[in-house]
Design a protein around this ligand. Sequence first.
Ligand code: TRP
Length: 451
Amino acid sequence: MQEPKASQRDQFVSKVGFILAATGSAVGLGNIWRFPFLAGKNGGGVFVLFYLVCVVVLGFGLMLAEFIIGRHTQLSSVDAFKELDKRFTFVGVMGVLAAFIIMGYYPVVGGWSVAYVFKIILGEFSTDAVIMGEIFDSLTKGVGSPIFWTAVYMIVNIVIVAKGISTGIENASKVMLPMLFGLLIILVIRSLTLPNAMEGLKYLFVPDFSKISGEVMMAALGQAFFSLSLGMGCMITYASYLGKNENLVENATVVPILDTLVALLAGVVIIPATVSFGFDLDSGPGLVFVTVPAIFATMGPVIGRIFGVIFFSMVVLAALTSSISLLEVVVSYLIDNRNWGRKRAVVITSIILFAICIASSLSMGIWSKYTVKGMNIFSLLDWIANNILLPLGGIFITLFVGWFWDRDKVKAEVTNNGTVKFSLFNVWIFLCRFVIPIIIALVLLRGIGII
Ligand code: TRP
């Protein structure tokens, strides 16, 4: 099969199309589910501060690097590196592996979100911590039911990805993002008007530096990568569908801003409410599923149900636009590298992923006794992918752009052959050569306890 030429490759239809799709990939469970629970667990303010530093210093620079590689080569990540410099092919492969690992548990949380749409319809919510905990546990610690919901979630993924890139992803993001913003703002108002909410707001934004540690920094770094969909070639793959006259710098600025806004909004909804209800900030992956329905409970049975159903439907949509981008990384590797057909690639990959998801799901319940360093299968997959593989990918991607790629070619690509201005070009190259790889390396070494 011939390599698709630029003109033949399926492209995003419009400029907003790409921003929407890239933001759709970035905004997902990472923002609404993972960010609040990590912030709750890792000391609040210090975590948030370090996370924001990572987004500003690393996020923009790395996203731009990925966009450039993708659009320049018009290839998915593994092939892109193969074409640019064979020695870096492993970076692409590592990314496919990371996508695979993340998709081994992401659909489980996606499945919980689908299940919660129905739980809310049935009115299963309350402001009582014990009741909310029981509702969450009865779902996640079970066997058949969480696996069933994971399957439902995966099937929707399969259908969208099997159809190809622009139709599915662009359309889903178009509806989801504006609605999600609107809804989060309503919830922020509700949450902040709960008694004692200001305590929670303080916890989230006022750093307590005594709580800083290698682990907290590593968690914040990993979260920045995860939330921005960076470090594994996802944005390379997406940008490979991007037209030659798009402004990459603008895209790499807008996407992180929107993504961070959603994460902060979700944090401002969830942390103050958690404090107000007297729930446990350290409750981990269950935090969002315990706290948010309790917010709806304060709105009364009818309004609470309406908002609750809309909210969890938005979470499902946000999760979908992200997980389809993860699945796309694996699938486009199989299509471009192994000459598989799209449908075959999607179906076979999904079957294997589903098996891993079953293990992750069971590790929340009957398999919770199998742990490595205190982490069950679910948390272990999450930790390996986000705290190790994505940051490593980030180091190599920025080193590649900073040191191994012809400076003039990089400049030509980022400025669309000189037609758009990028006055910070030298600063950005400096970030790629030194700052980004060094920060990541230090945090990694610190996080695993070597320094
Ligand atoms: N960013 C998504 C979220 O926050 C998850 C995701 C999608 C992702 N594509 C990715 C994470 C690529 C890492 C790499 O839910």
